[in-house]
Design a protein around this ligand. Structure first.
Ligand code: MN
Length: 487
C-alpha cells in the first residue's frame, strides 16, 4: 500500500476528506522516520501508513487518520508537542500526544502500575475516544507483523493483546478489530490448536459453501416475492471464537463448527422480524437457539437477531439478521460515531460518551472479579476509589466515600465554594451523599452560598479540606479585621 493508494481509498469513502492535512501529516511522518527501519526490514513509515490504513478502514475522520501517520512521532524523534502543534495543528497534535502517553503493560514490574493502566484508558477515553481507536489500530498492525519479534516478545505481546486490547476493542464494540486481535493472539499463544482449527475449516469448506449457496438462493426468491431488499452473505467464523466455544462447552470441533453461517442485512428494523418469520416458515428452527439482541442489545450496543435452523438437507444453519446500521455498529462500534457524522458536525453527544465509559467501568469491575485476569495482572483496583462523571462525560476519580462537595472541588475550586445542592443521576441529593462509581453528578450553585465548617466532617479529598479551611480562615481574618476596626 502506498500513500497515493490510501488517499484514493479515503476519498472514495469521504469525498470531503481534508487532503491538505493528510498530505502534510504523511510527509512529516516520512521525514521523521526517514532512516528508521522496523524489525521486518521495512522502512518505519510503512507502519505509520498501515496504522492510518486501518483507521481509514474504520472510516475515521481525517484528523484521526492523520494522527495515525504520526502516532509514533513524539516517541521516536526529538520533536516536541509544541513543535508538532505548530506543524500540523492542535487537533492532530493532541491526538498524537494522547496516544504517546497511553501505554500499558500486561506484566508490569510494579503492581500499582496496573491500576494506572485502567485509569489511563478511562481518562484518555473521556477526553477523546479517538485516542483509544488509534491505539487499537497501532496494536493491530504490530500483531500482524509479530513474526519478526523474538519468541518471548511474541508471547508477551500476544498475551497483552488477548487480555487488554481485544477486550477493550470488544467493549468499544469494534468487532472488526476484536476478532483479528484475538485470532492473531491465538496463533502465537496456542499455535497447535490454531493450526488444527484452520485445517479442519479448510477440509469442509466446499461442502459448507454449497449449503450456504442453496439456502441463499431459497431465501432470495422468497424475499423477492415479499419485495424485501436484503444482502445475504456467507459468514466466516473466527478461529478464536470456535476455540473458546470448544473449551467452554467442552465439545469437539465437529460439534461446534459443523454449522454454516449466514448474515442477512436489511434496511429497516421491521424487515428484520419479517425475515425471521419467513426463515422460520422455510426452515425449522432449532429450539432454544434464538436470541433477540435487537430488543435486548448487548452492553457494547451490539444488535442483531440470531437464530439456528435446520437448513437444506436438514443441516444446521446459523443466521444473523440485522439492519445496515446495526451491522456497522457491530463492526465499527465506537468508531461508527465518526462514520455517521462525517461531513457534518461531529457527534459529541455526551450521553453516548457516558454510556461507553460506563460499560468500560463495568468491564473493569468484572475484570477485577475474574481470577484468571487477576492472576495475570495482580491488580488492586477500585478498592478505594470511585469514578464519577460530569454531565458532559468528564471523569473524576475520587476516594471512596467522597461526596458531591469533594466532586465540586475536584472540578473547580469556585464550584466548591458556591455549591448549594447536587443532582446525582438527575435526582436531587444531599451534598453529603456518598458517590458511587458511574454516578453522573451535577452541581447546583448560588452566588450566596459559601463553605460551611460542618463540611469538614464528611469531605474526603485533601483538596476539598484545604479549600474549605482556606475559605474559613479568610473569613475569620476578615472578621478579626472588622472587629479590630470596631463598629
Ligand atoms: Mn506504532
Amino acid at each position: 500500500m502506498t500513500y497515493e493508494e490510501l488517499k484514493t481509498r479515503i476519498l472514495k469513502d469521504k469525498p470531503k476528506a481534508d487532503i491538505l492535512l493528510l498530505d502534510k501529516c504523511y510527509l512529516l511522518a516520512e521525514e521523521i522516520h526517514f532512516s528508521q527501519k522496523r524489525l521486518s526490514g521495512e522502512p518505519y513509515v510503512v507502519h505509520a501508513l498501515e496504522v492510518a490504513n486501518i483507521l481509514a478502514g474504520l472510516k475515521m475522520d481525517s484528523a484521526t487518520i492523520s494522527a495515525g501517520f504520526l502516532h509514533d512521532a513524539l516517541e521516536d524523534s526529538a520533536l516536541t508537542f509544541e513543535e508538532l502543534k505548530e506543524k500540523v495543528g492542535e487537533e492532530v497534535a493532541t491526538l498524537v500526544e494522547g496516544v504517546t502517553k497511553l501505554t500499558f503493560k500486561a506484566n508490569p514490574e510494579k503492581e500499582s502500575r496496573q491500576a494506572d493502566n485502567f485509569r489511563k484508558i478511562l481518562l484518555a477515553m473521556s477526553k477523546d475516544i479517538r485516542v483509544i481507536v488509534i491505539k487499537l489500530a497501532d496494536r493491530l498492525h504490530n500483531m500482524r507483523t509479530l513474526q519478526y519479534l523474538a519468541e518471548d516478545k511474541r508471547k508477551e505481546n500476544a498475551e497483552e493483546t488477548l487480555h487488554i486490547y481485544a477486550p477493550l476493542a470488544h467493549r468499544l464494540g469494534v468487532g472488526r478489530i476484536k476478532w483479528e486481535l484475538e485470532d492473531l493472539s491465538m496463533k502465537y499463544l496456542y499455535p497447535r490448536e490454531y493450526e488444527e482449527i484452520g485445517d479442519k475449516i479448510a477440509v469442509k469448506r466446499a461442502q459448507r459453501e454449497k449449503l450456504v449457496e442453496e439456502a441463499k438462493a431459497l431465501l432470495d426468491s422468497k424475499l423477492k416475492e415479499q419485495n424485501i431488499n436484503a444482502a445475504i452473505v456467507g459468514r466466516a467464523k473466527h478461529f478464536y471464537s470456535i476455540f473458546q466455544k470448544m473449551k467452554r462447552l467442552n465439545k469437539d470441533f465437529e460439534e461446534i463448527y459443523d454449522i454454516s453461517a449466514l448474515r442477512i442485512v436489511v434496511s429497516t428494523l421491521e424487515e428484520c422480524y419479517t425475515i425471521l418469520g419467513i426463515i422460520h416458515a422455510i426452515f425449522k428452527p432449532i429450539p432454544g437457539q434464538f436470541d433477540d439482541y435487537i430488543a435486548m442489545p448487548k452492553t457494547n450496543r451490539y444488535q442483531s437477531l440470531h437464530t439456528n435452523v435446520f437448513g437444506p438437507n436438514g443441516l444446521p444453519l446459523e443466521i444473523q439478521i440485522r439492519t445496515k446500521e446495526m451491522n456497522e455498529t457491530a463492526e465499527f462500534g465506537v468508531a461508527a460515531h465518526w462514520y455517521y457524522k462525517e461531513g457534518g458536525q461531529r457527534d459529541v453527544k455526551s450521553e453516548h460518551k457516558i454510556e461507553w465509559l460506563r460499560h468500560l467501568i463495568e468491564w473493569m469491575t468484572e475484570v477485577k472479579d475474574s481470577k484468571e485476569f487477576m492472576d495475570l495482572l495482580r491488580m488492586d483496583l477500585f478498592g478505594d476509589e470511585v469514578f464519577v462523571f460530569t454531565p458532559k462525560g468528564d471523569v473524576f476519580s475520587l476516594p471512596l466515600g467522597a461526596s458531591p462537595v469533594d466532586f465540586a472541588y475536584a472540578v473547580h475550586s469556585s464550584l466548591g465554594d458556591k455549591i448549594m445542592g447536587a443532582k446525582i443521576n438527575n435526582k436531587m441529593s444531599p451534598i453529603r451523599a456518598e458517590l458511587k462509581t458511574g454516578d453522573i453528578v451535577e452541581i447546583l450553585t448560588s452566588s450566596a452560598a459559601k463553605p460551611n465548617p460542618d463540611w469538614l466532617k464528611f469531605v474526603r479529598t485533601n483538596k476539598a479540606k484545604q479549600k474549605i479551611r482556606h475559605f474559613l480562615k479568610l473569613k475569620e481574618e476578615e472578621e478579626e479585621k472588622k472587629g479590630r476596626r470596631g463598629p
